[in-house]
Design a protein around this ligand. Structure first.
Ligand code: RIB
Ligand code: CA
Length: 317
């Protein structure tokens, strides 16, 4: 008898590395993407929605895309378009207009889908946690209906990428992160430190995606150019850190996990410019019902999964 397909609901602020992560899920034969919720984050919400719809088209995938939170719960939206491009997909001249999402609000859809698939739905969170926090506020306990919640965000080993203490997705909406991590649910977190340890690519490694010779592979390489140029100008090392694809890989294949640890986590708020805004107080725990934090993955197998999603065949199991 064939194994039943897993059900994913992906929450995204697409974003160049969200784009690659979405492709991985769309090109995996064992996953039903029952919904995609969007929020403002890496770029404004309108761009995020158009980007996800473009990626769906590129992959020939039918997942329904819903519009969610335009801004964090309490704060203004502070984007990262200097990394992702003004349009969020690297400003490579794509026509990112005119595509139409599903009717209905992403938060309503998340709630009804969680109720429809109690204990079965896996939530993959690739942006600020605003949508998830708002459904937990609206219906306390709703997140406990998920099978597991995978979060790209945070860190337990410094430094971060926005301040030395914090990572973008948690920093962008720390109040939302606290509501989500304070909820009763099963969490797996892939942090900025996890990304730096296992998902650092050189410019040459990114360029080599093009050898796969598909439209998707060329897209995955081309959209990184704004980030590569920014890194050249502002950092000594030009590494491309693909955070969201790593989180997606862990969700798609948890056997990739190499080293993990459990933590209880509390998120600090902080004023706008406080370096501790979005800092996570992480206390190691023996209790496997606390947050499962991934330190490292098997990089060779991860990269192979990533690249196979860009081939003509997609991921083959
Ligand atoms: O902090 C890493 C950032 O890049 C996050 O926004 C993550 O989701 C990725 O887009
Ligand atoms: Ca993201």
């Amino acid at each position: 008898m064939s194994k039943s397909r897993r059900k994913f609901f992906i929450d995204t602020d697409a974003g160049t590395d969200d784009a690659v992560a979405l492709i991985m899920a769309m090109k995996h034969p064992g996953i039903d993407i029952v919904g995609i919720s969007t929020s403002g984050g890496n770029v404004p919400l309108d761009c995020v929605v158009q980007n996800v719809l473009y990626i769906k088209e590129l992959c020939g995938h039918g997942a329904p895309v819903y519009v969610g939170a335009a801004k964090p719960i309490l704060r203004i939206l502070d984007t990262a378009d200097f990394i992702h491009g003004k349009d969020g997909l690297g400003d490579i001249g794509l026509d990112l207009t005119g595509r139409v999402p599903e009717e209905g609000d992403a938060r309503d859809q998340l709630i009804s889908t969680l109720h429809a698939h109690v204990g079965e739905l896996e939530l993959i969170c690739l942006g600020p946690l605003t949508n998830l926090a708002q459904i937990e506020q609206r219906e306390p306990g709703i997140l406990s209906l998920a099978k597991r919640i995978y979060i790209m965000g945070g860190l337990v080993t410094l430094p971060g990428n926005v301040t030395p203490m914090s990572e973008f997705n948690i920093w962008a909406d720390p109040e939302a992160a606290q509501i989500v991590l304070g909820a009763k649910a099963k969490f797996t977190m892939i942090g900025w430190d996890t990304t730096c340890a296992s998902s650092d690519f050189t410019v040459e490694e990114i360029a080599a995606f093009r050898h796969i010779d598909t439209e998707i592979a060329r897209f995955c390489a081309d959209i990184q150019n704004v980030r590569i140029n920014w890194m050249h100008e502002h950092k000594e090392e030009t590494a491309v850190n693909l955070a969201d694809p790593l989180a997606m890989a862990v969700a798609l294949d948890p056997t990739l996990i190499d080293r993990k640890e459990y933590f209880t986590m509390t998120v600090r708020s902080g004023e706008h410019a406080d370096p501790y805004r979005g800092f996570i107080d992480a206390i190691p725990s023996d209790d496997s019902s606390t947050v499962e934090f991934i330190h490292t993955v098997d990089r060779q197998r991860y990269v192979s999964l990533l690249k196979s999603s860009m081939t003509k065949e997609g991921i083959v199991l």
